[in-house]
Design a protein around this ligand. Structure first.
Ligand code: ZN
Length: 136
């Protein structure tokens, strides 16, 4: 399996509208607009930072994974995403190594990416996302 870089850091927030000014206006990051991924009950906002990005995540429903995360642990870094060359191959490799996976097959993420999550029990409590997308 080949990891290319940290693709993005996912940060759970209650409101993108109320949070984006800090990232855009204070830190001066580019803001590429929001996208809703209905399947995951989440709206995302990406802010490029060099080779990587910050992803703000706002739940679209009280029972969505991001809403549940905030309920349990408050706002903050929710996941780290690694860009991989071939997500199917990466998942097959991890499965063969006995690594617990949330997604055994990729699903659709924001920006047309293919994504899959590893189980936090396999990663010292860090929710790890694998993501494959076209450059950049
Ligand atoms: Zn993500």
């Amino acid at each position: 399996m080949k990891i290319l870089k940290i693709d993005h850091l996912g940060i759970a927030v209650k409101s993108i509208d109320q949070t984006k000014a800090f990232w855009r206006d204070i830190l001066g990051l580019g803001f590429e607009g929001t996208e809703t991924v209905a399947e995951q009950k989440v709206t995302t906002a990406f802010f490029p930072v060099g080779e990587s990005e910050v992803e703000l995540l706002e739940s679209t429903a009280p029972d969505g994974p991001v809403a549940k995360y905030i309920e349990k642990r408050g706002e903050g870094i929710q996941h780290v995403a690694f860009r991989v060359e071939d997500i199917e191959a990466a998942l097959a490799f991890l499965k063969e190594k006995g690594v617990a996976l949330i997604d055994e097959t990729p699903r659709k993420g924001a920006g047309g990416a293919k994504i899959a999550f590893l189980h936090p029990k396999a990663t010292n409590g860090v929710l790890v996302e694998l993501c494959e997308r076209q450059a950049p």
